[in-house]
Design a binder for this molecule. Structure first.
Ligand code: NDP
Length: 483
């Protein structure tokens, strides 16, 4: 299995290489095989990418939005044509099963490009009458944006950042996670093929140091990070030095609340989707599953039955439902959390161990009798580990659900219409799902509150984060001066 790219980076419209940069082996986590080798960007390459982006941006911004949109729509069509090839690459890089990558990764990226291609021509300013004078506003791009991605949805994250940035007239330098460097390079090639002028979308490989170099460079006007809270704190602080605009899509410990009047099968489906999709490596996962006591035993029984039937295996096999974690380090971290949960007295319902001896597989794991103070209920695990907690009343569960520094997402399963909306109003989260979980259509803004982030991706809200407003006051004369 080889997935070696032509070169490590993509700068100024073409693949670029400098083997002086640190060697990064790209490993397929299902079997430990090295599928590619790339090199981290050297300071000279970082400089080239930022220069290329700065040079290209003004002409791009001067195009009619419909012309920019046409190029992005063409790129979306190319992604859809090549969805299978791109999905195989994403599966090799991340270990996620092909049945997921075929529908959730490049396809979501294409959605983003299509959505923002259509949105760009609709953007307009405001006219503000001032008697004989008037003012108007212009929506301007920031200039050069830096995007820094996590490893769980590499192609989707690259597209969710690049599509609005480019649609509204910015240039982007994107750094994928060093664990999953491959699909962003494909995106860059496709954008060029679709007609994107050179320099507008650049990809630089490397670990946190390359991200940090982007976060502190004076040429970067806006930073968008998808990653953990500790990284978010560093990147936000670096951005503050230059008073740069930021979007921070960070981690969570989201509550999924199941009332005793919920449809049991739907609630179990929501909990499984919200904990085991992508082997649990989803930022918005509902990893604290609160179940109202009268439903608890029936819920756990059905949940365990369906969880035990999940098929783990070769992620390239279309029948496989759960692949490995993205890296050995992540597998070790998840196994440590499982041990901590056991040690603290949580009751293991199913799973709880590594699966097999090859690759980074962890069994889908459910703990019951979890209490709010346990590590498993407080820390983001980012693996297939669900914590089930009991509750009695609506007020109690709302207070407990909100008692976390995170605020990315939340879910409620109930047939009571008014309670569902009361809960949605009270939950401290950027996204709330009612009788659903983890659906993130492009049309809906996505982001966090509290320590889960600032800013929103997708939907109309993205306009606020990839443009800035200029006010223009027009004096129609004469100028009224008191001196
Ligand atoms: P990390 O925070 O470890 O890394 C995110 C990115 O930031 C990587 O590209 C990383 O580089 C880079 N980075 C690390 N240090 C710095 C630094 N000092 N300056 C600039 N960039 C830096 O997250 P993971 O990749 O481990 O992803 C998992 C996390 O992402 C989870 O917490 C998850 O919840 C969150 N996430 C949030 C989402 C959201 O939309 N809210 C969606 C998906 C994930 P490298 O790793 O290559 O060293």
């Amino acid at each position: 299995m080889q997935a070696q790219p032509e070169a490590s980076h993509y700068i100024d419209g073409a693949p670029a290489e400098d083997t002086a940069g640190e060697r990064i082996e790209v490993i397929h986590p299902a079997n430990g095989e090295v599928i590619a080798v790339v090199h981290a960007a050297t300071p000279a390459l970082i400089d080239r990418a930022l220069d290329a982006a700065s040079r290209a941006q003004a002409d791009w911004a001067a195009l009619r939005p419909v012309e920019r949109g046409r190029i992005l729509a063409r790129a979306a069509a190319l992604i859809r044509e090549r969805n299978h090839e791109l999905s195989v690459l994403e599966t090799l890089d991340t270990g996620k099963p092909i049945q997921e990558t075929l529908v959730a990764d490049a396809a979501s990226g294409a959605d983003a490009l299509e959505y923002f291609a259509g949105f760009a021509p609709t953007v307009a300013g405001q006219t503000i009458p001032q008697g004989r004078d008037f003012a108007y506003t212009l929506r301007e791009p920031h200039g050069v944006c830096a995007g820094i991605g996590a490893w769980n949805y590499p192609m989707q994250i690259a597209c969710w950042k690049a599509a609005p940035a480019l649609a509204f007239g910015n240039a982007m330098v994107f750094k994928p996670s060093d664990l999953t460097p491959l699909s962003a390079l494909k995106l860059a090639g496709i954008l060029t093929e679709a007609g994107l002028p050179a320099g507008l979308f650049n990809v630089l490989q490397g670990a946190g140091t390359v991200g940090a170099a982007l976060a502190t460079d004076a040429r970067v006007a806006k930073l968008s990070l998808t990653g953990s809270v500790p990284t978010g704190q560093k990147v936000y602080a670096a951005a503050a030095q230059g008073i740069r605009a930021v979007t921070m899509e960070l981690g969570g410990k989201s509550p999924l609340i199941v009332f005793d009047d919920a449809d049991l099968e739907d609630a179990v489906s929501g909990a499984i989707l919200g904990n085991f999709y992508s082997a649990g490596q989803v930022c918005s996962n509902g990893t604290r599953v609160f179940v109202q006591r009268p439903l608890r035993d029936a819920f756990l029984a059905r949940l365990a039955e369906r969880t035990r039937a999940i098929r783990l295996g070769d992620p390239l096999d279309p029948e496989t439902q759960m692949g490995p974690l993205a890296s050995a380090a992540q597998m070790e971290k998840v196994l440590r959390h499982i041990e901590a949960a056991r040690a603290e007295g949580a009751r293991l319902v199913t799973g709880g161990a590594r699966h097999g001896t090859t690759g980074c597989f962890v069994e889908p794991t459910i703990f019951a009798d979890v209490t709010d103070d346990m590590e498993i209920a407080r820390e983001e695990v980012f693996g297939p580990v669900m914590a089930v907690l009991d509750f009695d009343s609506e007020d109690e569960v709302l207070a407990r659900a909100n008692a976390t520094p995170y605020g990315l997402s939340a879910g409620v399963f109930t047939r009571d219409l008014t309670r569902a909306h009361r809960m949605a109003a009270g939950l401290q989260a950027g996204t709330c799902w009612i009788n659903a979980y983890n659906l993130t259509p492009l049309e809906m803004p996505f982001g966090g509150v509290k320590m889960s982030g600032v800013g929103r991706e997708n939907g109309h809200a993205a306009l606020e984060h990839y443009t800035r407003i200029k006010s223009v006051y027009v004096g129609m004369g004469p100028v009224d001066a008191p001196y």
